[in-house]
Design a protein around this ligand. Sequence first.
Ligand SMILES: Cc1ncc(COP(=O)(O)O)c(C=O)c1O
Length: 396
Amino acid sequence: VNEDNGDFAGSSALPTIQFQPQENVIDLAWGHPAAELLPVNAWQAACAAAAEKFGWQALTYGHPSGPGVLTEWLGEHLGRSDGRRPHVLELFVTPGSSAALDLVSSCLTRPGDVVIVDSPTYHLGLKVLRDRAAELVPAATENGTLDPAGTARLIRHLIKDGRHVAMLYVVPTFSNPSGQTLSAERRLAVADLAAATGVTVVEDDPYHELWYDVQPPPSIWSLGPDAPVIRLGSFSKTVAPGIRLGWLTANRRMVETLKGRGIVRSGGGMNHANALAMAMFCSSAMYASHLTLLRNAYRDRRDTLAAALREHLQDVDFAVPQGGWYLWLKLSDDLASEELVKHAKASGVHFLLGKEFYINGSAENRIRLAYSRCSLSELDEAGHRLMLAVQSARRH
Ligand SMILES: Cc1ncc(COP(=O)(O)O)c(C=O)c1O
């Protein structure tokens, strides 16, 4: 009997996971996966297969850009699912999109540089970029997505003013929070903008394969082979976020830079053991069948929440996204989102305020509902509870 272990387990005061449920609240605030859609048994089998196949090599320092078996699978897979197959020297395995954003922004920015960000955009991506002490400037937008011509003018203006514009951050596919997708035409224009101005575009693309109706356009990275574009991919939404694994595609020079960073020189390939297990998961065809399961399950969730909102909340406005995890609601002018969130708490439903997704808040009266984590019956009930919250807010 190991008494230390016993003590450790007994005294563990901290929770195991990030999400903490609130009693009697349907929580639409967190972009987390549904518990029953996490492939626990298949992942266990993949870990066992990696240990069996790679033995001690699964547990030592990994190759700097990720183990060959995974980069090989990624190359083939992206050749099919994206617009261009990356060369093996254009691929780098990461510990997920957030860590990749932290890593590439550490290479590209110095404190005080300008980083242009789409508006609205992923609120925690903003947090990663704020950690760099960069000045965040909103991109020009038109009809809910990035306007490449207006953004190119903005960049030229900033450069003329003597500013160093370090990068442009964009979530082009089923965006968090808006669910919007940048058109193929605009993607091409963004790649041209990167080539013309030399400003690196960081394309954060974790939802690209979670399409429910039609496949989205190819990535900006694939459309601009000679442009400085880095595309961040993640297994967080398509397999499981706890694995902390993703990849990026970039030009060879950028991949060389990443391989030479101290954290990689010192620690080897990032998240090596899980990268090998993922290679087993993917090459056993689990990835493809799991993705089909997810598409069906998350499509049902989207449709259930959209139907509940239509039934109960006639005066909110939203577009049904073609993929991803979020509904982005515009409230009517007489219903301030800050008021609604207070009344929603009493009605047992929770969500995020739209202003969190803008650099300096926003005049837009919006809220974001994540439908990924909740069951169909909770999503159905959420519509009813939101209606009660709206009625209560209007009475006060
Ligand atoms: C746009 C975007 N980027 C990154 C992440 C986090 O990705 P990862 O788990 O790979 O760090 C999320 C998760 O919500 C996201 O919506």
